[in-house]
Structures are given as C-alpha cells and as structure tokens.
Ligand binder design. Structure first.
Ligand code: DON
Length: 576
C-alpha cells in the first residue's frame, strides 16, 4: 500500500513512522490552493500541508485522531508560525466513534499578578500598545499542557512519536513556500525588528529568507526536544520555564515560573445544539463560539433558508439578523465560566431563540444600539485543523497566538513566539466607549482567569453518524464562518469542499454592518440589502476553514483545505 503525494508537494518529506497505507493524491491548484483529498481511512486537513502530512503519518502508523491532532499541532508550531504555536493556546473538540464527545480547554490564563487595570498608566489612561503589543499582553501559554492532557486521556501512540517529526522539522529545516517566505520577511522587518531573538529566529543572519530557502529553527528544535522528553514539564518547568520568566522580567511582563508551574488545561463538557435533525458539538466558555453558533442556528431554524437561495438578499438579511442577536448576547454574557455566571443553557435553548426572533423583521434591518456594549479589537490570525481517523474518531482544533505571530516576542534561547492573548480581555473597568473599547465586568483580567475567545472548533453529526469536522480562524468572524459551513451543508446540500469554498458574510452586532467577501453577491443583492436598511461592505477574505467531511453512507472522508490559504493541504490515509 502506498500514499501518493504530487511531486510539487514534495518540498519536504518527514520521516515516516512506519509503512504507509494510504492512497490519496493531494496537489496544489495553480500553486495557490490545495486540492480536495478523499480516503476511506483517516484524514487531516490544516492550513499548512506539511503539518497535515505529519498528522497523516501518525494515523498511518496506527495513531488515533487525538494523536494525529497533537502531532499536527506541534508541526504547525514549526511550519505555520503566524498562528501554529507552543506559546499560545486554544481548544480541542473530540467526538468518539460511539458518539460521545468532550473538549479540552487549553486557553491561556492571566498571570497571578494580573488585574483589571493593568493596561492603564498612572493617569488612568488606557494604552492599546500595552494591552495588545507588549510583554504584558502575554497570557500563560496553554498549548503544550492541552496536548499533554489530550494525549494522557485519549491518545494511543507514544508521546515522543508525536513530537519527534516537529523536532526534525525545526532542526533540519523545511523549504519555505512563497507565501510563508513573504510573510516572515514582512514580519521580521516590521513588528519583530525590535526583538533581537525574533529577528534571529526569522531571518538568515539578518537577511530576509526567500521562497525555496531552507528554514531551520534550532532553538525551537531544542525546546521541542525538552517537550518530547519531559512532556509538559519540558515547557512549564526547568529550562523552558526559566527562559520564559527571564524574558518576562527583561521586558516588563508578569508571567513568573510559578504561573507556568500552575497552568492546567481543563476537560470541559461541550456545548451542544441541534439544527434540522443534525447535532452540533462545539466549544463552551471561555469560548463564546459554541454558544453563539447554537443561538444563531436556533433562530434560523424557523426560516426556509434553502428556498431563499444561497447568498440572496433575503438569506443574507436573515443571517445578519441572527448573527446580530447572537453577538449582542456574546458581548453581554460570555466570559470564562470559572469566573462568571454564564447562562449557557438559556442562551442555547430553542425557547430563548423564539424570544430573540420576536423582533426579527423579515423586511427590515434591526438597529444595534452602540450605547449597550461595544466590541473590543480582535485580530484575524489563528489557525484551524480537522482530523478524522479510520475508526471515526474526530478531532477539531483551533489554536492561536492571537495576532499574526502573536506578541512578536520570541523567547531568547527558546526559539518560540509568545502570544498576545491578554488583548482578548476587556480594556479596563467601565472603559466602554464608542471607539470600540469595552469595560464590562465578566471579561476583565483577573489572576488565573481565561480571556474570552471566539474560536469555535466544532463537529457535526446526524443520527449517530459523524458528518463533518469544522472551524476557522478569523477573530469574531470564526463564529459566522463556522455557522455558514453548517448552513451550507444542511440547507444547501453542499459537500464539505463546496461548503468551505462558498463565499462568506459576517455581522457582529457592532459595528452595525454586513461584511461580504469579494464577489460573494451581485450588486443587486447589495442594493436590496441597503433597501432593507443594512450597511454593506464588500471585499477581502474571511477565514481558513480546513475541514473534513464524512459521507455517512460510504464512510468516505473528504479532506477540504480552504482555497483562501496558499499552503493549506489535506492528506488522507487508507483504512487500516
Ligand atoms: O481567541 C480568539 O477569539 C482570538 N484571540 C482569536 C484571534 C483570531 O482568531 C485571530 N484569527 N484568525
């Protein structure tokens, strides 16, 4: 048995763990997007094809979907540095072959010295720079603890086999694609240039890398070796912890060795909903994603969306109105449920959706009242990947450094980027204003609290069968991208690749406008939406929803990389 990978994809080959049993072709489309992959066994779809290969190799060697997700996550930390990480955090949603499900919360936490006013100066002036771009913007990382926990609870392979491929990728290097070379050249000459260790990690002795160059990250390789040998102790204790704490002291950050030592990932009960007979399994707080998606689906269930037509004015209007309401509640209620009382059951109930629908006018846009609550800044960089194994175990992971390349701070001697996730906490008590600051209580920075997130790794099932593993990056648009993937499959009968490819829209309550991807609708649809009272903005791309779909009849897995991401790739393996 063999696995076929098109020649142009073979810029780098990771050592195979064992004899592969795959029969899948993956190939780039016009050097940009990657092709759909199909298989009757396992499948990995991520924003960076080398990382998908690493995950597929783990499946081929007999690992399960959790193993493959961990290996893919470590590989993304090497090959997709804008968002792949060990210095950030995220969420994992798992559905087992028997239909049960769980989640792992490895969101970053505020350090012990954090407090709600930590981004105000002595005169009480708020600083965006300190909140989002400084050592104080760094939360206690969660990724390594999350992967360790997921592996201890549900993994099957040897831990070291999940980390080793990434050690090799970091130490031996891999060939830079045009997209990645351009991205790190821009980063290293821009925001990163004030941090010596970042410039050292992201340049070739000060000179920018070019496409085709081999990029080696020896310090990162050594950190990954410590993680390989000592699991999360290799990150949260000993050398790595000391390096992080030293950099925090040097730069005025708050994270100490004690903060690192105390970090714990949490297993949490998924948020669940139903939509036209499908089961939706998603992430609970501290993500707002699962709750908001289920709220919006519950509102929309009452309408015949397929009769309206995909991306018709009527359809976009109803979506915008559902999104507006879900996002208003997100701003009002959502935060880390370990610290705030979040009424998850009420917000996700059908009855409550009926109440939200009562003032939804099919002929007229509602108005969002900025006096209620504003939305804080949120960046659009993160990454999502999806895994299904031969037994039908499904894993949906979204993790992030928050901004592209996070804080921009590489830990000297550690070789990895730190997040700037503290920016997802509200700015300060009472700081709500019309320029976008928010100061409401539940999501203020407090010691050990996790900041509110929009990341929405999700799984769709029907009648006990797995249907799809979905999610996306994109800040708040994550929620709406994931919502539309579900609508595309359920209401418009699209297969997973069509659902991923289809043009997307976004409304987040405030600012009160609909954003549509370039080319998503025709000018007459924009006109009709404006007549209904909407402000419409067109342009750009929304998300990178690297997904896997399963045909419940045949069991075939379809890996659907998002064509919006140049290096995305899906890789499958044959049945074991
Ligand atoms: O957790 C969150 O919701 C944000 N920090 C995620 C940032 C993000 O998605 C940027 N995405 N592409």
């Amino acid at each position: 048995m063999r696995r076929l990978v098109s020649h142009s994809m073979c810029l780098f080959t990771v050592p195979l763990l064992t004899l592969l049993t795959a029969s899948v072709v993956t190939a780039p489309i016009s050097g940009q997007a990657q092709e759909t992959a199909t298989s009757n066994g396992g499948m990995v779809s991520s924003q960076q094809w080398i990382a998908s290969e690493v995950g597929a190799d783990v499946l081929a060697a007999g690992g399960n979907a959790v193993d493959a997700a961990i290996a893919t996550g470590f590989a993304l930390a090497v090959t997709h540095p804008t968002a792949g990480n060990i210095g950030g955090g995220g969420f994992m949603v798992i559905r087992f072959p028997n239909g049960q499900s769980t989640t792992i919360d490895f969101r970053e936490k505020a350090p012990l010295a954090a407090h709600p006013e930590m981004w105000l100066d002595e005169d009480g002036e708020y600083s965006f720079e300190v909140h989002h771009r400084s050592h104080r913007a760094v939360g206690v990382p969660g990724t390594v603890a999350g992967f360790d926990k997921a592996h201890r609870l549900y993994g099957a392979a040897e831990w070291r086999e999940l980390v080793d491929p990434s050690v090799d990728l970091a130490k031996d290097g891999f060939e830079l694609s045009e997209a990645l070379a351009g991205s790190i050249a821009r980063f290293s000459s821009g925001r990163a240039s004030r941090y010596e260790a970042t410039v050292a990690a992201f340049t070739n002795d000060g000179a920018p890398y070019s496409a085709g160059d081999t990029w080696r990250q020896p310090d990162l390789g050594r950190t990954l070796e410590r993680i390989r040998d000592d699991r999360s102790d290799g990150f949260y204790r000993g050398v790595t912890a000391r390096l992080i704490a030293a950099e925090m002291r040097r730069g005025g950050g708050l994270i100490t060795e004690e903060d690192l030592d105390r970090y714990e990932a949490r297993e949490r009960t998924p948020v669940k909903g139903t939509y036209r007979g499908y089961d939706v399994i998603s992430m609970p707080p501290p993500s707002s994603g699962g709750v908001a998606i289920v709220t919006a689906l519950n509102i929309l269930e009452e309408y015949d969306l397929s009769a309206m037509g995909h991306n018709s004015a009527e359809y976009v209007h109803h979506l915008a109105e559902a999104m507006r309401r879900a996002f208003r509640d997100r701003a009002t209620y959502l935060a880390d449920a370990d610290f705030a009382d979040v009424p998850i059951h009420r917000l996700t109930s059908k009855e409550y959706a009926g109440w939200l629908r009562r003032d939804l006018d099919s002929e007229r846009a509602s108005i969002s009242h900025p006096s209620d609550v504003e939305q804080p800044y949120e960046s659009p960089e993160t990454t999502h990947y999806s895994v299904v194994d031969g037994d039908g175990m499904a894993v949906s992971v979204t993790y992030t450094l928050e901004s592209g390349y996070g804080s921009g701070i590489v830990v000297p001697g550690g070789g990895f980027l730190l997040n700037n996730e503290m920016g997802d906490f509200n700015a300060g008590p009472g700081l709500t204003n019309t320029s976008g600051l928010i100061g409401t209580e539940p999501n203020l920075a407090r010691p050990q609290q996790r900041m509110l997130s929009s990341m929405s790794p999700s799984i769709l099932a029907k009648d006990g069968d797995l249907i799809a593993v979905i999610g996306s990056p994109g800040g708040r648009t994550i929620i709406n991208t994931t919502l539309q993937l579900i609508l595309n499959m359920v209401d418009f009968d699209m297969d997973i690749q069509e659902a991923v490819d289809a043009s997307r829209m976004h409304h987040q309550w405030l600012p009160d406008r609909i954003r549509l991807e370039a080319g998503a609708v025709t000018p007459d649809v924009v006109e009709a939406l404006e007549e209904l009272g909407h402000t419409v903005q067109m342009g750009g791309r929304q998300g990178s929803a690297n997904a896997v779909g399963v045909n419940p009849r045949t069991g075939e897995r379809m890996g659907a990389p998002d064509p919006r991401s140049a290096d995305a790739g899906a890789v499958g393996v044959g049945a074991r």
